[in-house]
Every structure is written in C-alpha cells, then in structure tokens.
Design a protein around this ligand. Structure first.
Ligand SMILES: [Mg+2]
Length: 264
C-alpha cells in the first residue's frame, strides 16, 4: 500500500482582497437594501470601515447611527443576513465573476490541496453572501468549508468555528498543527493572534506590504501571484509534513486530494 500523504494543516483564506478583488458593489447594495427592508431605516455604509470587518460588525455600526440598540440590531440580524444573501445571489450568476479572482489563487489552492492541506475560508462576509460570491468566482469547490461574518461579533472567534467545520467536512483531525490564516488587512492578522493561528498577509486589498508588516504577520507578500513564494511561506508555517495513520483515514486523504477544476 503506498504511503498516504500527510495532513499538512488547515489554511483559511479571507475572501475580499485576498481571493477576490476587494470592493463588491453588489454586496454593498444588497447590504443597504436588506437593512432598509428588515429594520425600516435608511441606513447606508457611507463612512463605515469595511475592510477586514465582519458583516455583523458593519451592520451594527451602520444601524447604531439610526438609534437602534445593540439588542434591537441583534434580534433581526439573522433575517437581515438571510435577505442580504438572497439579494446578492440574485445579483450574481454562478461562474459570472471568474475575472474577479486574484492572480495565483487557483494555482496556489490546487498546489496546497495536492500537498495535503485542507482549505477553507474565514471571511467577514455573511455565509449566504460568501457562498454566492465563491460560486460566482468558480471557487466554491476549492473552499467547501469556512466560518462567516454572521456567526460572530469578532473575527478572532471565527477561527475555532472554521476548524470545527473543517474537521466535519474533511473527516479527520485537521488541526493538529496550528491553523494558518491568509488575509489582506490588520484585522486578519489580529484574528490570527487572538486565536493562536499563524498568518500570511497579502497586499492585494487596501493595505500595502509595509503597513501589513507593521502588524507582525508571520509572513507578508505583495500578492499570491508568485505561487512558489506563497507555498514556501505556508510550508514554513505548517512545519514538516505529518503522517498519523490513526488520525488520517484513506477516505479523508481522497477527499483532500480531489482537485476538481483548479489547475489553470
Ligand atoms: Mg479582506
């Protein structure tokens, strides 16, 4: 029987500014329309910081300006997030936004999976929006699990949720090593620190390499286009390949090696 590939760990990618170009007007339009319909106030996102923020945090900031209490916001937040997801999904078609994928993303994801990394997303996007966004970009199969911005009030709290989702999906213990986050803002770096994760910062969003480096990520790159450099950084964070026959089942290895439409 050939040696089974070792689990190298879990890599969790941010979406906006990391996998996809930042600044999604359809997301913002769905956000505003859903707030209006569910809360009955003309809340906007004008002046609300968006980069690296959770949709739950953005909603709280936008709605508090209209006098809503934290309790009133929280009570209707699930309904608002669901409606935003419906509106967003209606605005984008599956596969229609392949050109929004940032350079190197598909090749890097395929290489990571071939090396036995389990992949997921850790994003501020509400789950319904994130799933529609990944499907529109043709990335849904590569990032089947994750933790989303309607599941917590703080980004750092999403790491444990993403680990639990990965454990469930990949059918094995993927968090023997510390998880690795990949993100484009200081919020991604802070979330990793809070959760005891490692983090690769990429300057493909609104922050430059020097700004990100000042927050002390484990590594920082201008983008993921240099796939070899990104792989080197992630391998170094993951440490040596592990193989534990008790924890890594053949079925789980087949799942992680099921590449799908990736290598281009
Ligand atoms: Mg981002």
């Amino acid at each position: 029987m050939p040696d089974l590939p070792a689990w190298r760990g879990l890599v969790l990618f941010d979406i906006d500014g990391t996998l996809l170009r930042a600044g999604d007007r359809d997301h913002q339009a769905a956000f505003v329309a859903a707030m209006q319909q569910v809360y009955g106030v003309p809340a906007t996102l004008d002046g609300v910081p968006l980069a690296g923020m959770l949709d739950s945090q953005i909603a709280r900031l936008a709605l508090a300006r209209h006098g809503l209490t934290a309790e009133a916001i929280a009570a209707r937040l699930p309904a608002m997030m669901a409606l935003m997801g419906e509106r967003y999904a209606a605005a984008v078609a599956r596969g229609s936004r392949r050109d929004h994928v940032l350079p190197g993303v598909r090749r890097l994801a395929a290489r990571l999976r071939a090396e036995g990394f389990a992949l997921g997303v850790l994003t501020g996007n509400a789950e319904a929006v994130a799933r529609a966004k990944l499907a529109a970009a043709g990335l849904a199969d590569l990032f089947p699990v994750g933790a989303y911005g309607d599941a917590a009030w703080e980004r750092g709290h999403l790491v444990a949720a993403a680990q639990a989702a990965a454990r469930e999906h990949y059918g094995a213990d993927v968090d023997g090593a510390r998880p690795i986050l990949v993100g484009d803002t200081p919020h991604d770096i802070a979330a990793a620190r809070v959760a005891g994760a490692r983090v690769l910062a990429v300057a493909t969003g609104r922050y430059g390499v020097d700004e990100l480096a000042a927050h002390g990520p484990d590594a920082v790159l201008p983008d993921l286009g240099d796939v070899a450099a990104a792989l080197d950084a992630l391998r170094a964070m993951a440490g040596p390949a592990r193989y534990d026959r008790e924890r890594v089942t053949p079925a789980a290895c087949r799942r992680v090696l099921d590449l799908g439409e990736t290598d281009r």
